[in-house]
Write a protein that binds this ligand. Structure first.
Ligand SMILES: CC(C)(COP(=O)(O)OP(=O)(O)OC[C@H]1O[C@@H](n2cnc3c(N)ncnc32)[C@H](O)[C@@H]1OP(=O)(O)O)[C@@H](O)C(=O)NCCC(=O)NCCS
Length: 158
């Protein structure tokens, strides 16, 4: 896949093993992955995996690696945003919003009727972000990722 321009300064490109090696430790250092105690090596391996139905993307801001996204297509009558991490230096510039808009455009092109994402209950900023993007909470999934923590499932109807 050729790189996809998200905005004048941000782009999605297919993940490479080299980018996954850099991004794994970078996202392991920030919540929610830090609080869930994901090892950096596990995140690098996950981001480098090749799954046809769940492409991995590196997000670039200019030349810089700014984050990662994984979209699981054909999940539940629409795609599931399985991973979205914008590194702190690149947050609040609209990149997350452009990434979700790209997923929505892909879903609409496939005539999907839903977008899905889950966020940890403690991840207040991500929850607010998805709510602003039009997602509504539809389920509480207790003890899914870590004991004592609840993941919230969100749906955006298209
Ligand atoms: C949650 C997350 C994905 C949001 O991505 P983001 O790129 O920071 O979000 P955006 O910049 O698109 O939107 C956030 C705010 O920036 C604003 N913004 C948009 N474009 C902007 C710009 N050019 N300059 C400044 N602010 C801008 C948005 O309007 C929004 O503000 P609001 O609070 O007034 O609505 C990101 O912060 C993140 O990865 N966090 C850590 C990991 C995480 O929690 N991931 C989600 C796991 S489920």
């Amino acid at each position: 896949m050729a790189p996809v321009k998200l905005s004048p300064n941000a782009a999605l490109e297919p993940m490479t093993p080299e980018s996954a090696q850099v991004l794994g430790p970078a996202v392991a250092a920030i919540d929610p992955w830090a609080r869930h105690q994901y090892p950096a090596s596990r995140l690098s391996t996950y981001l480098a995996m090749m799954e046809p139905d769940a492409p991995r993307f590196a997000i670039r801001a200019g030349e810089d690696l700014a984050g990662a996204m994984v979209v699981r297509f054909n999940w539940l009558r629409g795609p599931y945003l399985q991973f979205l991490g914008i590194l702190p230096a690149y947050q609040n510039r609209g990149i997350g919003r452009f990434a979700v808009a790209w997923m929505e455009a892909e879903a609409r092109a496939r005539d999907d009727k839903n977008l899905w994402v889950a966020a940890s209950g403690f991840n207040v900023s991500a929850i607010k972000f998805y709510q602003r993007e039009g997602f509504k909470q539809v389920a509480d999934l207790e003890n899914l990722v870590s004991a004592g923590e609840t993941e919230l499932l969100f749906r955006k109807r298209l």
